[in-house]
Design a protein around this ligand. Structure first.
Ligand SMILES: [Zn+2]
Ligand SMILES: [Zn+2]
Length: 246
């Protein structure tokens, strides 16, 4: 007990010294702040809200979000819920690109925190058993050095106090980048792209974590595979949604 208190004091002292030597700053505009991995109040308010007209189940754009879109209404393999923290534009897009392509893995601390501040309340209502990141194909992982969704999922698992599981959902087939493909081509491109190993998801409620959703074809394929493997519920969390994605 006493040791813990001393250790706490020591940690606090170390942190203060670190803050003195390397003062923390806003991750966007570099204004000095009192804590690291944070945004200043101005940058915080400039973060774009997520779009409202998306299906609450699969995340696809729809005029009637509550009742589920036509695509997932009778689809038992569609996600049970999809959450977004931001629209993929402005500062949110800039931070996510930094995490994804800029080799700024530390950005996951900030994005995880921002995501939790926006969605923590609703995520607490989801009775999540396992937190699973959208996997990268092995070759893509070598090129990028880390899976940005796994870093983000790790942050959320910590906030939710649930296990982060990275060895159940795999991406055995390499797919072409979805960006230049039409909706139908995207669906074909991700067919058979995912596989669940073992029985670990059977009867469990899964939170699948991804960074950006455009049309939802990739996310939908991963959700379907988890459901086919027996997951009792699959909710998806994407940091941001592309506004003009269908
Ligand atoms: Zn700022
Ligand atoms: Zn839907």
């Amino acid at each position: 007990m006493v040791t813990n208190r001393l250790r706490g004091l020591g940690m606090g002292w170390c942190q203060s010294l670190l803050n003195l030597l390397f003062p923390p700053f806003c991750a966007s505009c570099r204004t000095a702040l009192s804590q690291a991995h944070a945004l200043c109040p101005e940058c915080l308010t400039s973060l774009p809200a997520p779009p409202e007209n998306h299906c609450l189940r699969c995340g696809g754009m729809t005029a009637r979000p509550e009742s589920g879109c036509a695509r997932c209404l009778n689809d038992p393999e569609a996600a049970d819920a999809t959450y977004f923290a931001f629209s993929y534009e402005g500062l949110a897009a800039q931070l996510i690109r930094g995490l994804k392509f800029g080799d700024h893995s530390e950005q996951s601390r900030l994005l995880g925190r921002l995501c939790w501040e926006r969605l923590g309340e609703v995520l607490r209502w989801e009775s999540v058993d396992l937190v699973i990141p959208m996997p990268l194909h092995a070759w893509r992982l070598i090129g990028r050095r880390y899976n940005q969704s796994a870093l983000l999922a790790g942050e959320l698992a910590r906030y939710l106090d649930r296990p982060l599981v990275t060895d159940l959902l795999f991406r055995p087939r390499r797919t072409r980048p979805q960006t230049r493909l039409h909706a139908r081509e995207r669906q074909l491109n991700v067919r058979g792209a995912f596989r669940v190993q073992g029985e670990g998801v059977r009867g469990r409620a899964v939170l699948l974590v991804d960074d950006v959703m455009t049309t939802g074809a990739t996310l939908g394929a991963a959700v379907a595979v988890l459901k086919r493997a027996g997951a009792s519920r699959v909710s998806a969390l994407c940091l941001a949604r592309v506004m003009d994605g269908k």
